[in-house]
Design a protein around this ligand. Sequence first.
Ligand code: ATP
Length: 270
Amino acid sequence: SKAKLFDQNTEVKTTFKDVAGLEGAKEEVQEIVDFLRYPEKYTTLGGKIPKGALLVGPPGTGKTLLARAVAGEAKVPFFSLSGSDFVEMFVGVGASRVRDLFKQAKEKSPSIIFIDEIDAIGRARGKNAMSGSNDERENTLNQLLTEMDGFGTNTNVIVMAATNRADILDKALMRAGRFDRQIFVDLPDIRERKEIFEVHLRPLKKTKDLDLDFLSRQTPGFSGADIANVCNEAALIAARNGKKAVDKQDFLDAVDRIIGGLEKKNKIIT
Ligand code: ATP
């Protein structure tokens, strides 16, 4: 069978309720939801609806989640692919995949295109020009720029992209009419960690003595993804020990485990 070119989700269930914290970012993307739902409100006044927004922040902070929630709130289809899928791709495949993606999104408009890890294709051009795969990356990037420039003002497709390396992106991507909006998605502070715990504790059967303030204090530096992992790991630990509900000790053990994993990861990087 033909390999899947990109993910397409026409009925996104994720909403802002699933995204804890990130108040500032949510406020900024609320406007995108508005553009998608009521484009006339903006175009009748002669305004140009923005085409692209770049979500910038560390791994696991909810960038993908937030983009998906925009689609869910606006009730529009969500098309997504990851920049890392383009690495090691045969000549011409990357560009044609991008072309296809935009074609489909336009057919289903209003819609959202989401490109995760855009730095994998959007790194500044002209560096390491010797390697062949790099040429292909440039072709893909050029196609992306061409597609965004080709959008009419009433195309009603908004392109969201995510990166944790905005500093290495080709400046051409940030030009007016492309990803001219940057939205910062940071690691959660203690209050936000508590909110993220609330979201991920919802589906768990847990004991009454669980103290969310305590858990939030125990997890400085954790991302939303780390906290989601803690909650899942705690449930697995409780199940392994034959418990009827997840308790405080299970969470402490899970936090230890995740910290162990983070330390290992950092050791490999540095
Ligand atoms: P990456 O840069 O690694 O792709 P990301 O910023 O796109 O990461 P997501 O993939 O959105 O992060 O987050 C992974 C998972 O972590 C989410 O599916 C969700 O379960 C949880 N999560 C992250 N941030 C939040 C948040 N703010 N609220 C609730 N859950 C969160």
